[in-house]
Write a protein that binds this ligand. Sequence first.
Ligand code: ADP
Ligand code: MG
Length: 313
Amino acid sequence: MIEVKNLTKRYGNHTAVDHLSFCIPQGQIFGFLGPNGAGKSTTMNIMTGCLAASEGQVTIGGYDIYAQADKAKKLMGYLPEQPPLYMDRTPREYLAFVARAKKIPAKQIGKEVARVMKLTKIVDVADRLIRHLSKGYCQRVGIAQAILGDPQIIILDEPTVGLDPIQIVEIRDLIRKLGKDHTVILSSHILSEVQAVCNQVMIIANGKLLACDTPANLEQQYASTVTIDLTVEADSQFVESMLVKISQQHTIVKQFQGRTQAQIRTQKGQEDAICRQIFQACRDANSPILCMNVNTPSLEDIFIQLTQAKEGA
Ligand code: ADP
Ligand code: MG
């Protein structure tokens, strides 16, 4: 269990993290989602004891990250945004070095390094110099060092940044696998990334918490307006005169080849009634409906709406 209370970090006049409070129960894949500069890395650096906070408290499994740093840190493995890889070592040498730094008993190091290399699929490159590895492999070496010693909590800062789509899928699979018996916290500025793997999402912008919930609940809670896309085989005058009677918010998108495309915006819950009225009006006028599609906002829309609203504030 991780508890963050009132966490604040100031750089001079600039507040990078602004009174952030949240709890992460055990066994979750928890996503920090926010645009660049939101304060994700700063928060992770503080949570892992790499950076001092200006205010606030972090406890990891009941241990205070400052007062009981050794015990708290032992529970966590961290992949920072820029993993501190030693370019002139091989993954095997580097991981053995990290294992010693993590005070893993000498006798167990060989076995533990082999375990994490197998899990992160870097056995093939175990004895090549890290400087000769692709970005995808470097990232896996970074994850391998985070999970050495099998900490309960694994914190990954932008684990898929700079990877190609195939590598992204592989890292996601690994995160899901780790999430089965660990608490995993990952950050991303890309919503689909977080949505794909996380049970819980925390949206932050300008160091402030905007929302924290499951992806499904966020969609439900914030999806207050829906849009209906409509194409009717009729001219725009007919469609306009029909929609004026049915909805307060609509636009004619275009008229082409004897058909008219329009979009209607409405409060959630009203969409069925509007669709029925459109159907009846078109049937009465003998104008076929070619398309009628109800769209609820995606989590992407919600993310943009939330973060932009704050930026403008
Ligand atoms: P994110 O990881 O979400 O992109 P960061 O935590 O890296 O965001 O940064 C949050 C804010 O703090 C940004 O505005 C960034 O410019 C600022 N910042 C980060 N590190 C420093 C630093 N060492 N000195 C001054 N400002 C910093
Ligand atoms: Mg960052």
